[in-house]
Design a protein around this ligand. Structure first.
Ligand code: NOJ
Length: 568
């Protein structure tokens, strides 16, 4: 007997009212979709996505079934790091539109029942930010210099950097400035590119400014902030040397004098007080790469932020034992602070999970296409596993289409600053940032308004088959799997809610767990092996990542690398 998918019709989302979510933390089990603005939808045909483009596609996101949308930065920026170098935190970059467009986008989203989370970049500004420009122009005596980390160099003539810190994008974390008279001056700190000078969070003007920026966007109606480099704002006193040669890897999670310092938490406590002044439960989500999930839990204590990405989970390979361990540690770590775990498999900084899982284990920056079919099969299963866990989950645009990373981009089109600073040794983030395909048979596949028109990174020819249009209505497509999964999740309160999973016995290489709620129970079975596995059918099939499920005399066949959701 073959069991088919359950009825996945779902209650329509209602508009977000000003006091929405007042009684229940909406974020606790929310599914939040990351839009990378330059690669989502281009309304004016310049090859770069923009806010009107995103606005026109909001109904797609509502129908997909997500609760909220996180927008990567769209602020005024010279784009040295794709907008993570902000020159004006209260302005929209003209390439993305205007403040009026942002306002219209937020209003439309709320009408459709979608919340909007914007990115906040408080660790560093652009070197074109007015403060930094004045600090350079006005010379060493400028009080504005204390808003950044300016230091004299070492060596006889100050020709050596003040300490041995390395930039995450490669090379020293210091660049020497030039004084107004043209002579070499002090050095300034930049954990990322030289165009991204780090703020000095000991300076009260910096803290005041960011509280004001928070209010600016909260007054615009946003529902929360994703906080960039949330673990980096405070540096150890005296900026001590680290020693050793193997310092930093891109988004590494080692203990460093510039990462995960205890002082950051005071900042988040002050931000929480501001968020709580506003109606409707506005949230903060930390991008904090910490050494352990236990350290991540510090960011979501009751008086701090609401969510923190679980990067330990993101970094776990497709392996039942490893997954079980990271799930247990994550849930155990978050329970004492009464925060949900925030699961994530892909974002704009890591190789997409459809490509990671088609390669042998190798971290989050993979350069080879690997086995596409295997990667997609595992990615679909991994997504159903993630969406069955208690807590919130983030999706990255295009993963619902099963997009792989583009691993063969020519060097001349790449824009990731780490690519240039490491002589091509790293910096392969462009591969997950290629504009997504919407429709048609010719690039840019509906990303822009005209067939044959530009896109800032070229899309592969085979993406015609992966477009939203091509996948819509095809029950075997990854897009329809995501739509069904999100519909079932909405209709099944046991998914997402609570903070417990009950593990059940199963064959090696598989995971089986039960989730209970007052409305009923739910079982998730995961087969991470490359072989079919037989298992006593725990109930009625709700959804499977591998099509229909064979059940014979109470025994279910779990396909290789698949996840099945069961109602019990
Ligand atoms: C993390 C962001 O996600 C990444 O894209 C950026 O390069 C760094 N922070 C620096 O802002």
């Amino acid at each position: 007997m073959t069991q088919n998918l359950a009825d996945t019709s779902r209650p329509a989302a209602a508009p977000i009212a000003a006091n929405a979510g007042a009684t229940r933390g909406w974020w606790r089990d929310a599914v939040i979709y990351q839009v990378y603005p330059r690669s989502f939808a281009d309304s004016n045909g310049d090859g770069m996505g923009d806010l009107p483009g995103i606005r026109s596609r909001l109904p797609y996101l509502r129908d997909l079934g997500v609760d909220a949308v996180w927008l990567s930065p769209f602020y005024a920026s010279p784009q040295a790091d794709a907008g993570y170098d902000v020159a004006d935190y209260r302005a929209v970059d003209p390439m993305f539109g205007s403040l009026l467009d942002a306002d219209a986008l937020i209003r439309d989203a709320h009408q459709l029942g979608l919340r909007i989370i914007v990115d906040l970049v408080p660790n560093h500004s652009s070197d074109q930010h007015e403060w930094f420009q004045r600090a350079l122009r006005d010379g060493p005596a400028s009080p504005l210099r204390d808003r950044y980390h300016f230091r004299p160099g070492k060596g006889e003539n100050g020709e050596l950097p003040p300490n041995d810190w390395e930039s995450i994008f490669g090379g020293p974390a210091w660049t020497r400035s030039t004084d107004p008279d043209g002579t070499p001056g002090d050095w300034y700190l930049h954990l990322f590119a030289p165009e991204q000078p780090d703020f000095n969070w000991e300076n009260a003007a910096v803290a005041d400014e960011f509280r004001s920026i928070l209010r600016f966007w909260l007054d615009m109606g946003v529902d929360g902030f994703r906080i960039d480099v949330a673990h980096g704002l405070v540096k150890a006193q005296g900026l001590p040397d680290i020693g050793g040669s193997d310092q930093l890897k891109l988004l590494g999670n080692d203990v460093m004098p510039f990462f995960d310092q205890d002082g950051v938490h005071e900042i988040y406590r002050s931000w929480r007080r501001i968020l709580d002044e506003y109606p409707g439960q506005r949230i903060g989500v930390a991008e904090a790469w910490t050494p352990t999930v236990q350290r991540t839990a510090n960011y979501v204590r009751p008086d701090e932020l609401h969510q923190a990405f679980n990067f330990q989970y993101l970094g776990t390979y497709w392996d039942a034992a490893a997954l079980r361990e990271v799930i247990d540690v994550s849930l155990d770590s978050m329970r004492p602070v009464d925060a949900p775990t925030t699961w994530v498999l892909s974002n704009h900084d890591v190789t997409r999970h459809a490509t990671r899982f088609g390669n042998p284990p190798g971290g989050t920056q993979i350069r080879t296409a690997g086995d596409r079919e295997l990667g997609l099969r595992r990615a679909r299963a991994a997504t159903l596993l993630m969406l069955a866990l208690p807590g919130s989950a983030y999706l990255y645009q295009g993963e619902e289409l099963g997009l792989p990373d583009v691993t063969d981009l020519p060097d001349e089109v790449r824009q990731d600053p780490s690519f240039f600073r490491q002589a091509g040794q790293d910096g392969f983030r462009d591969g997950c940032r290629v504009p997504i395909p919407w429709s048609g048979t010719e690039a840019p596949y509906g990303f822009g308004p005209t067939a044959g028109g530009p896109s800032w990174l070229p899309q592969p020819a085979e993406w015609a088959e992966l477009s939203v249009e091509a996948q819509t209505g095809d029950p075997t497509s990854t897009l329809e799997l995501y739509r069904s999964a999100l519909a079932v999740r909405r209709a099944t309160p046991a998914l997402g809610a609570g903070s417990e999973v009950t593990w059940l016995d199963g064959p090696e290489g598989t995971l089986t767990f039960r989730r209970d709620s007052v409305e009923g129970s739910f079982v998730c079975t995961v087969n991470t092996t490359g072989e079919q596995v037989l298992l006593g059918a725990p109930g009625r099939v709700l959804l499977s990542s591998a099509g229909s499920v064979e059940v014979n005399a109470g025994e279910a066949v779990l396909e290789a690398d698949s996840t099945v959701w069961w109602a019990v």
